[in-house]
Design a protein around this ligand. Structure first.
Ligand code: KG4
Ligand code: ZN
Length: 351
């Protein structure tokens, strides 16, 4: 890469993963050009599984313990020193405030000590841009982006890398939240059980044809709380004990309903706005059935499809580095520590 390459350290601590990554990229090439040199994640999932949810103080304490070793490892994996860095990107929101504060204050401390400026970055922008981690120069716009995480479900229309609008959102539960709640009903997993629902669904045989909430609504919003209730009512009516096969059928039917609504509405939006590409990202993008359904639908409609590698779907700092890279390319002027504050309700709306 050219001499003009810049090096970004990214720090992510918005929920239950402490992560750091290093990206090297050119901010001035006509097409985006970057390489992720390292990415380190220290997960807290096993800690929070014990309590069936995040106890904020426990999460914050684990972030405090992990943030320095994780950052050091990201630097050493990239064979970089602090002196090599041009920018420090940090997730400033949305997220759990006490978790965010750890990353933000750590980044501010580093910035104060070294003079390296900061790029406060939105966590959902991270998920959005994670879909463009490989071959970003080849992406054909407009892009219709589906971002599905534990806290958000969004359809985003991207005119280019720097201009986007959120055109649809969930009116109640996020897709990941619905997976997690259904996991509590069907599996032993009481925290972030989406992958377990997905695993159980693989053994499903009968489609119970659960409701497809808001499928026919004229807007691009979603609702997943009714679907979770449909699962609950269905379970309640079954004679006990509910067999593993019955649970697998429920999991499969639930997963199909979620994928059906997401894919149908996303493709409708893609058609309406003349999109050339669809992208899928966020934790729920790790779901195999959703990936397959979207792949088949995009092929049928001759749409390009960008789905990140599995490791880029759930929370990580690579995606924060990539979002910061695009933010800088878009003209954002990095700031000093006094200008950065954790903002747990930082909404991604438009750019
Ligand atoms: O993006 P993410 O790591 O964190 C947030 O920003 O929320 O998303 C986590 C969500 C959780 O709800 C988790 O259960 C869900 O993504 N998830 C999955 C799968 N892997 C993670 N849901 C369905 N199938 C999966 N394979
Ligand atoms: Zn996330």
């Amino acid at each position: 890469m050219s001499k003009k390459d810049k090096i970004i350290l990214a720090i992510e601590s918005s929920c239950d993963e402490t992560a750091a990554a290093i990206l090297k990229g050119n901010l001035h090439t006509s097409k985006p050009k970057f390489r992720v040199l390292s990415s380190v994640i220290k997960s807290q999932i096993t800690i929070h599984q014990k309590t069936g949810g995040v106890v904020p103080e426990v999460a914050a304490r684990a972030h405090i313990q992990n943030i320095l070793p994780v950052t050091k490892k990201a630097l050493s994996d990239a064979r970089a020193n602090l002196a090599d860095l041009d920018y420090i990107a940090v997730t400033a929101g949305p997220g759990l405030v006490v978790s965010l504060i750890v990353g933000v204050e750590f980044a501010k401390g580093l910035s104060l000590a070294t003079g390296i400026p900061l790029v406060p970055t939105n966590h959902m922008a991270g998920h959005l841009y994670s879909a463009f981690a490989s071959a970003p120069e080849k992406v054909k716009f407009p892009v219709l982006s589906i971002v599905v995480s534990g806290g958000h479900t969004m359809l985003i229309l991207m005119k280019d890398y720097h201009h986007f609008t959120v055109i649809g959102e969930t009116v109640d539960d996020a897709a990941g939240e619905a997976f997690d709640k259904v996991a509590r009903l069907l599996t032993e997993e009481n925290y972030r059980g989406g992958p377990q629902v997905s695993k159980l669904a693989e053994r499903g045989k009968t489609d119970l044809k659960f409701t497809r909430p808001m499928l026919h609504a004229k807007n691009f919003n979603f609702s997943f709380s009714g679907l979770k209730t449909a699962v609950l009512y269905y379970m309640d009516k079954l004679p006990k004990p509910v067999s593993t096969q019955q649970k697998a059928d429920i999991a499969m039917s639930f997963e199909r309903a979620v994928a059906d609504v997401l894919v149908t509405k996303a493709l409708r939006a893609a058609k309406k706005y003349g999109c050339k590409t669809v992208s899928l990202s966020g934790g729920v993008a790790a779901n195999r059935h959703l990936r397959q359904t979207l792949t088949i639908a995009c092929k049928a409609e001759k749409l390009n499809l960008n789905i990140p590698e599995l490791e880029l779907c759930t929370d990580n700092a690579q995606m924060i580095a990539i979002a910061a890279y695009f933010k800088l390319r878009g003209g954002f002027k990095p700031v000093g520590p006094a200008k950065v504050k954790a903002n747990p309700h930082w909404e991604l709306r438009a750019s």
